[in-house]
Design a binder for this molecule. Structure first.
Ligand SMILES: [Zn+2]
Ligand SMILES: [Zn+2]
Length: 344
């Protein structure tokens, strides 16, 4: 098969399209013919060498949709021709985290596609059945590939972790990315007043179109004053922090007393200076949010199928354009998601 192989961590030049041996499914696994694979900022972080569980050579990509073309031993509930999409990571299904529904906290099987498990920048990919969900017929492959990590993450962040209530004011950083656009839509659908922050003034219109009530364009990422201005000085009651270290300080300053900060992204993988006094006097709650459960993926696929969430697939590219896709993400040129299609 053809695959984009990362030979060394670092620059995009180490991503190269080449022929590799076809993988075969083992026990409990299926072989997917990859129809589409989203290119996520997580892949950029992985390519740079910031994710310790990846070893090179590696095939990146955790946002995969495809059809089952071979079924491994012991797999009974999947058959050839079934449509599948991947979760970001595996879970064991039996530990206390899994049985309480928090599968993204499972430590017994934390394998991540594109890290310990080969990813979807390829014509074929093996997937353990615990890491895939069923894709309804009405959803195109390019959309199916991106739903888990965009709309699925939005469900996890807005509903499961954020518990956003009708009428709350919700600040979203990194709002014009693939996750951000889904978070904006879902928070609005659930009755919140949405304030979107973007570093790129060219993306303002896309954010209003996605349903933001207010957009704060802050090329220098100084947005706290703008958020206070559009909230009559009150600040935001909830923040969905998709950017992480680069915006966290401004986000804390933009919070109303009693606010909740849900941290789901850390694009530059940096650390922060945190003044605990701010957290104390405002009684802020800071919550993490990670990955997507099987149930949340199904919920996201249903919301997408019912057109309550609109997917934003910006461009469909051939596998050989993987390096170019990384450059476009790093240059913050993309509103939405880029998708690689082996058939493109
Ligand atoms: Zn992703
Ligand atoms: Zn588990």
């Amino acid at each position: 098969m053809q695959a984009v192989v990362l030979h060394q961590f670092g620059s995009v030049d180490h991503l190269r399209l080449q022929s590799v041996a076809d993988p075969r499914p083992g026990p409990g696994e299926v072989l997917l013919r990859v129809r589409a694979c989203g290119v996520c900022y997580h892949d950029v972080i992985n390519r740079r060498g910031s994710l310790p569980r990846t070893s090179v050579p590696a095939i990146l990509g955790h946002e995969v949709a495809g059809e089952v073309v071979e079924v491994g031993p012991g797999v009974h509930d999947w058959k050839i021709g079934d449509r599948a999409a991947t979760l970001q990571r595996m879970s064991c299904g039996v530990c206390s985290a899994c049985t309480s529904g928090r599968t993204s906290l499972c430590r017994r099987d934390a394998r991540f596609f594109g890290e310990e498990l080969p990813g979807g920048y390829a014509g074929l990919m093996v997937a353990p059945v615990g890491g895939i969900g069923r894709v309804p017929d009405g959803i195109p492959w390019t959309v199916a590939a991106t739903v888990c990590c965009t709309a699925g993450t939005a469900v996890h962040v807005v509903r499961t972790r954020g518990r956003i209530r009708r009428g709350e004011t919700v600040l979203v950083t990194g709002a014009s990315g693939g996750v951000g656009l889904q978070v904006v839509q879902l928070a609005r659908l659930d009755g919140a007043r949405v304030i979107a922050v973007t570093s790129n003034p060219a993306k303002v219109a896309a954010l209003y179109n996605a349903g933001a009530h207010e957009v704060v364009a802050a090329p220098g990422l100084e947005f706290a004053a703008g958020v206070r201005r559009v909230t009559d000085g009150d600040g935001a009651q909830v923040a969905i922090e998709i950017v992480g270290s680069a915006t966290f300080g401004q986000t804390l300053k933009a919070m109303a007393p009693g606010g909740r900060v849900i941290v789901v992204g850390n694009l530059e993988t940096g650390t922060i200076d945190l003044n605990p006094g701010l957290v104390i006097v405002k009684e802020l709650e800071i919550l993490g949010a990670y990955a997507t459960t099987q149930g949340e993926l199904e919920e996201a696929l249903q919301l997408t199928c019912a057109r309550k969430l609109t997917p934003f697939v910006t461009d469909v590219l051939p596998l050989g354009d993987a390096a170019r896709a990384h450059v476009r993400l790093e240059n913050r040129e993309v509103a939405g998601r880029l998708v690689l299609c082996p058939d493109a």
